[in-house]
Design a protein around this ligand. Structure first.
Ligand code: ASP
Length: 475
């Protein structure tokens, strides 16, 4: 059973998704065009894509360009400029006022203004004032529900877009269901989405659904991505498009490498590795529903709709990006606890004692490279907080080591690519490039899946190392 509570039995309620080959034309390592097999497309538009009437006009052109875009999942309006407010943040603020019995009409006024500006710009025929009054009243009536307040951003946006695009509005609370414990109720959700009575073209608000008593519950922040993925799976889509404001996933962090190449194709697994190591473009939990049903996800840029974006595909997909690696991601500020003990390799349960000591201190670890007489544990420095002396003491008691050495200020760089497994010489090239850049490698870890090589370097060398790897493989 996965985090969505699916079992084979429950999967039987799903529509069957045909695995139809995709035609993808590559040009110079980039995807030139993607020909999607026949079938339904679910298109999710993020907050910046619906931030203003002008942005929504771009959404309209995108929807019109492909009649297969049958379901539209939307976020609440995001920021128009860097210092603007997201509507969702304003709504949480309204609820915080109500909970404390403080007047919030001045904050709700900002929400009203955002939606009025959009409706005026689009010239939609909709009775917005009634909807806004209802939302305000609902927030007042539910002082203990931040989820209800936050959900109104998506609700109002979807109502406006449904009126504007002359499509049905489908409330998420009638198709996305949670169990009492807050987990998705997959069975009920997919039954609702698989119903033959479901409208075949609809606008659906992202981010929320209903608990068994009908009250509103949201996913975690950014959760409209999850709604889109669940809808794609539930309606048996052949493609889940996730429209945002970036050209897709990039091969390296653009703050470190100037103009990195976009990643044309990445597998769900590679994406998980890149996201874990710092590169995010999609909500973590959005992968699971589509991965199981092998529905490809296409990350697209609303501001550049002709660009092919990044295609997230299943592990069995043969083609790559024309480069041996798919991407590089990384994070700074890890600490290595190196525990030394002669004949450690013969001591039954040594590793378990080390790890349970850390677990007892509430510290989760990232990697555990081991040698014959040493075991190193890599943890995020912020996990340690002020606990280091107590943890060292506890390790001393539990493991009786010869020494414990602490190496702070480590950065971890993940070099990700499923083609590394069958391409000889990758590691040689990687270490050669780092040597040429005078980067001292402090740690190497290659998981059994061989999709990722993790390199530990000094925090100070993080950027130089990332650029050297990019130059060696992607430039
Ligand atoms: N509006 C919600 C948020 O800001 C959900 C989303 O945009 O995906 O987190």
């Amino acid at each position: 059973m996965d985090s969505y509570g699916t079992t084979n039995q429950r999967l039987a309620t799903l529509r069957v998704v045909p695995i139809v080959p995709w035609t993808i034309q590559m040009k110079g390592g980039h995807v030139a065009s993607i020909v999607v097999p026949e079938g339904t497309v679910v298109a999710k538009f993020g907050g910046t894509s619906v931030a203003t009437a002008d942005q929504i006009k771009k959404v309209g052109s995108i929807m019109q360009a492909n009649a297969r875009r049958e379901y539209l999942v939307v976020s609440a309006p995001g920021k128009r400029t860097r210092d603007d407010h997201k509507v969702t943040d304003l709504l949480y603020l309204c609820q915080a006022h109500v909970r404390q019995g403080i007047r919030f009409d001045h904050v709700f006024q900002l929400v009203r203004d955002r939606f009025r500006e959009i409706v005026r710009g689009l010239q939609v025929g909709i009775d917005l004032e009634v909807l806004l009054d209802d939302a305000e009243r609902g927030i007042i009536d539910r002082p203990q529900s931040p989820d209800f307040a936050a959900s109104r951003g998506e609700f109002l946006m979807a109502r406006i877009l449904a009126a504007h695009f002359h499509r049905d509005f489908m409330d998420a609370s009638s198709i996305i269901f949670f169990q009492e414990n807050g987990q998705l109720d997959s069975e009920r959700t997919y039954r609702a989405l698989g119903s033959p009575d479901l409208s075949s073209t609809a606008v659906i608000p992202g981010f929320y659904g209903a608990l068994p008593d009908g009250s509103i519950k949201t996913f975690s922040r950014g959760g409209s991505d999850i709604t889109g993925a669940i809808v794609a799976r539930g309606v048996g889509a052949t493609l889940y498009e996730n429209w945002t404001d970036v050209p897709g996933l990039l091969m390296a962090d653009p703050k470190i490498v100037a103009h990195p190449r976009p990643i044309a194709r990445v597998t769900y697994g590679e994406l998980r590795e890149l996201a874990y190591s710092g590169a995010t473009v999609l909500h973590d939990e959005a992968i699971f529903p589509v991965r199981e049903a092998r529905i490809p996800v296409n990350i697209r840029d609303t501001n550049d709709p002709d660009a092919p974006g990044t295609l997230i595909v299943s592990e069995t997909d043969p083609a790559g990006n024309g480069t041996p690696i798919t991407g590089i991601a990384g994070r700074r500020d890890f600490t290595v606890l190196e525990i030394r003990k002669a004949l450690m390799n013969n001591e039954l349960g040594f590793g378990q004692r080390v790890l349970s000591t850390l677990a007892a201190a509430g510290i989760s670890y990232e990697h555990t490279p081991t040698g014959i007489d040493t075991m190193s544990v890599v943890v995020a420095t912020k996990q340690l907080g002020g606990k280091l002396p107590a943890v060292a003491d506890a390790l001393q008691q539990a493991c009786r080591p010869d020494s414990i050495n602490i190496f702070p200020d480590l950065a971890l760089i993940a070099v990700v690519g499923r083609r590394m497994r069958d391409t000889p010489g990758i590691a040689g090239r990687l270490f050669g490039a780092l040597g040429d850049a005078s980067v001292n490698i402090r740690m190497i870890d290659q998981g059994a899946s061989e999709t990722t090589i993790i390199i530990g370097v000094e925090n100070a060398d993080y950027e130089v190392a990332t650029r050297a790897i990019y130059q060696a493989f992607c430039a």
